[in-house]
Design a protein around this ligand. Structure first.
Ligand SMILES: Nc1ncnc2c1ncn2[C@@H]1O[C@H](COP(=O)(O)OP(=O)(O)OP(=O)(O)O)[C@@H](O)[C@H]1O
Ligand SMILES: [Mg+2]
Length: 306
């Protein structure tokens, strides 16, 4: 049993408690989510992430066109589509790296026209990058706690209480990092310089850095690219456990259709910046427009996974 102790309490990754999170089941997700009620609490459930009519263009190229999308707490949403469809741009909007031209991003109760990158961690949002964004000259063990860097703030009170509080937070962060490293089977390479690791392992380090913050919303841009089939299966289980253990909403960009269909509760399909489908994996798999735009040209090696 692996428990991750943080300042906010411990969570267990391998013991999957009964699911406590409302999920979308079939139909148009927007309809399913609107005014949805958590039966146990009888309170409306706010989507962890809501995108309202998001548009983004680069010069004359429309990367995203009026995208509406919602992700419920505890839901895994896969975003698929051909190369250049706008998937990474979508995550870059959500994480404030790109500024949207029109529309709005909502995290629970908070709405933004410009997402403040510096506040993301405080809002419980963590992400990984398609092309990795690690400190390659630092060890694995030094990279992972970066996902908790927002916890140390140089406020006035902290300067007075100073090093004692700082040391305690740092110790907690390091303990949390140690646990995630163990959980993701990175212990053997914990002291290696990250840049010297094979690509698949670096992907895993990035996932560890995102998970260590125990995010409410986890954005994963092709986290399984370049890893072996066995690793994909294993990492998929870790992603699922992150959702089941602490109810993270997860947006997963992935080209491997087998992984997508097996892991996600819902799939949204982008094509030329438009959302052309949004439904359960089965609904999307049977959608003629999706087959034309994407599934019909799935990679040969995806077939063994479907
Ligand atoms: N920083 C940028 N400057 C100019 N154009 C960009 C930029 N980022 C994305 N684009 C363009 O926006 C469109 C969408 O790109 P994006 O990277 O979001 O696609 P993607 O679905 O993630 O593709 P892939 O599967 O190849 O990663 C493409 O036409 C791309 O060339
Ligand atoms: Mg991309």
């Amino acid at each position: 049993m692996t428990a991750i102790a943080t300042g906010a309490g411990a969570f267990r990754l391998e013991e999957i408690p009964p699911r406590r999170y409302a999920h979308v089941s079939g139909g148009r997700p927007e309809q399913a989510l609107e005014g949805r009620v958590d039966e146990s609490a009888k309170t409306p459930v706010r989507p962890a992430l809501g995108l309202a009519s998001i548009s983004l263009a680069f010069g004359g190229v429309a990367a995203l066109r009026e995208i509406d999308l919602e992700v419920a707490q505890g839901e895994i949403l896969a975003v698929i589509g051909p190369n250049g469809a706008g998937k990474s741009s979508l995550l870059n909007i959500v994480s404030g790296i790109y500024r949207l031209d029109r529309g709005e991003v909502r995290f629970g109760e908070n709405s933004f026209r410009e997402v403040p990158t510096s506040k993301l961690a405080g809002l419980g949002v963590a992400r990984t990058f398609q092309n990795l964004a690690l400190f390659k000259g630092l060890s694995v063990f030094d990279n992972v706690p970066m996902g908790l860097a927002h916890r140390v703030r140089a406020g006035f009170l902290q300067q007075i209480v100073g090093s004692l509080l700082g040391r305690r937070i740092e110790a907690e962060n390091r303990a949390a990092a140690e646990e995630v490293i163990g959980f993701l089977h990175l212990t053997e390479v914990r002291d290696r310089l990250t840049g010297t690791l094979p690509y698949g392992l670096q992907k895993r380090v990035e996932l560890a850095r995102a998970l260590v913050a125990r995010p409410k919303l986890l954005l994963l841009d092709e986290p399984f690219a370049g890893v072996t089939l066995t690793e994909k299966r294993e990492l998929s289980q870790h992603v699922r456990n992150a959702r089941d253990s602490f109810g993270a909403a997860i947006v997963l960009i992935e080209h491997d259709i087998g992984v997508v269909m097996g892991l996600s509760d819902r799939v949204a399909v982008l094509d030329y910046g438009r959302k052309i489908a949004d439904g359960t994996p089965d609904q999307v798999r049977a959608d003629a427009a999706v087959i034309d735009a994407y599934l019909g040209v799935a990679h040969e090696d995806d077939k063994e996974l479907i």
